[in-house]
Every structure is written in C-alpha cells, then in structure tokens.
Design a protein around this ligand. Structure first.
Ligand code: CA
Length: 224
C-alpha cells in the first residue's frame, strides 16, 4: 500500500487512475493543477507522485524541478502527452524518475509504479547512520552505540521523515503528513511531544539537540 499524489487535470484519466490505484490498495489524493500539485507535493507524506506535464497554472516540468529544489525526494513519474525525445529528457532533467507517454495502459503504469516503489523501498531498507545511532527500517530497530533502543512505530516513522529530509526545515504539518498521513488530525503539541520523546532516544543531551533542531516559527530540521 502506497500513498500516491496524482497531479492531473483530465477528468476521465483522473477517474480511471484513482479507481485502478485504489483497487491496487493504494491511497490517492488529487491535485488538479500545477500549483496545487507543488503545494501538496511539498507537504510530503507521499510514496510516489504521478505528474502530468500539461497542467493549468504551472507545467509538470516546473513542478518537478521546484519539488527537487526544496529537497523533496519522492519518486516522480511524469505523464507526458509529448513524445519527442527532447521532451522526455527535459522531464528527467527536471528531476522526474520515470515517464510514461499518453496514451498508456494502466497495466504499463502499474509496472512503472511498482518499479519506483521498490527502488524507494530499497533505499529506505538500508541501515541509516547518524552520530552513534543506526536505524534499520526493515527490522524497525534503533541502535545507539551498538545497543538497542526502544522506539515506537510512530517515532520510527517520524525519524524516517526527518532522515529523508536531512538539512531541510519541516513544518509540523509536513511532519504530520509524513509520519501520520496527510490531513490527520494531530495537534502541534502532540507533534512536539513526539519530537521530545525522539530526542531522548537519539540525542546525547536532549535539551541541547544536535540532530533534531527547532527552527523558531517554522518547525524542525534534522542536521547530520
Ligand atoms: Ca493535462
């Protein structure tokens, strides 16, 4: 099951995409124009973004490069109606991971989606290290100085969101979208208390955090 953002403005295609992806067990969210696509994409919490090229307000190439510029690493598959090689290259240059040319079969798109999700999965399955901590997402384990540390699934998800966005300020809304799911009703205070608990597990001096740094008025940033 993956959370997939669909940025597309053709009603018929939207309907068939949503129906097919949901039947595959995925959760979908629609953005109907480029600006909304950029806003939702930046909010985070997606496993994959399907991005049309010809969109109202902002085209798909610009959306993809803007997302990459702000550090969003979510796999992007461009849906392009244009077939010239130059256009495809432009798509990949702008930061897309793959593209399919319209008209495409849902079967082909499914295969491309699976390939991208597998690749993203492999990257997250590697053991991630920072300071004296090691996180093994595959085994849901955190070790510090070689010793296992108890971590809740929620804290592990939040740590994953931070590690995927190292060096980048995340708002509380972005943390909620990434760690709980977009639009989940969680208060800012609850986010702060999860950050507080996570710091106790990974920081040498939790009151003087080196990794999860608070950024006044904006949110948090993971430095490592
Ligand atoms: Ca379009």
């Amino acid at each position: 099951m993956a959370r997939i953002l669909i940025v597309e403005d053709e009603p018929d295609l939207i309907l068939s995409l949503e129906e097919d992806l949901r039947r595959q067990g995925h959760q979908t969210q629609l953005a109907g124009d480029g600006e909304q696509g950029l806003r939702f994409g930046t909010d985070g919490g997606w496993d994959l973004i399907l991005l049309d090229v010809m969109l109202p307000k902002m085209d798909g190439f610009d959306v993809a490069s803007a997302l990459r510029r702000v550090g969003v690493k979510t796999p992007i598959i461009m849906l392009t109606a244009r077939t010239q090689e130059a256009e495809k290259e432009l798509g990949l240059d702008s930061g897309a991971d793959d593209y399919v040319t319209k008209p495409f079969s849902l079967r082909e798109l499914r295969a491309r989606i699976r390939a991208q999700l597998r690749r993203a999965d492999r990257e997250m399955q590697e053991v991630t290290r920072f300071g004296d901590c090691e996180v093994d997402f595959d085994r849901a384990e955190l070790r510090r100085a070689g010793r296992p540390v108890d971590i809740t699934p929620q804290e592990l998800r939040m740590l994953g969101v931070f590690l995927r966005s190292r060096g980048r300020v995340l708002s509380r809304d972005q943390l909620i979208a990434g760690a709980w799911g977009p639009g989940t009703a969680i208060t800012d205070r609850a986010v702060d208390s999860h950050v507080f608990n996570l710091r106790k597990k990974i920081e040498a001096v939790p009151s003087e955090p080196k990794f999860i740094v608070g950024v006044r008025g904006l949110g948090y940033r993971f430095d490592a």
